[in-house]
Ligand binder design. Structure first.
Ligand code: SF4
Length: 112
């Protein structure tokens, strides 16, 4: 799994992308998995080895840059989501958040 961050911020002890999300996923799955971290401009060219990409909020990227990253993931057949959606799902709040959006709920039900 790839955790992708758009900037090169200095991570602190309980960094959300490097610590909290991986720990939450491992706890939810009940077994250990490998995480790669990319930051700043080192978004990998070869994405096909990943089962999932979880991207940060990308506040330092413009729309085109983020869409390019999404397009690259799709072109390699790798699903991509972001921290907020992943955390909502991991904590069981995503379905409720999507209640006003029936089509999005249907999509979620199809993949879960
Ligand atoms: S959301 Fe912004 S500050 Fe946080 S890791 Fe991504 S680019 Fe950096």
């Amino acid at each position: 799994m790839l955790i992708a961050e758009a900037c090169t911020h200095h991570p602190i002890g309980d960094d959300i992308g490097r610590e909290k999300i991986p720990e939450c996923i491992k706890k939810r799955l009940g077994f250990d998995i490998d995480f790669d971290i990319s930051s700043g401009r080192d978004y990998p060219e070869k994405l096909e080895k990943y089962k999932l990409i979880i991207h940060c909020g990308a506040c330092t990227l413009n729309r085109r840059e983020m869409l390019t990253r999404i397009y690259k993931a799709r072109s390699h057949g790798v699903p991509i989501t972001n921290y907020g959606v992943a955390i909502a799902h991991l904590h069981g709040g995503l379905e409720r958040a999507l209640e006003p959006f029936p089509y999005a709920r249907e999509c979620l039900e199809d993949i879960c």
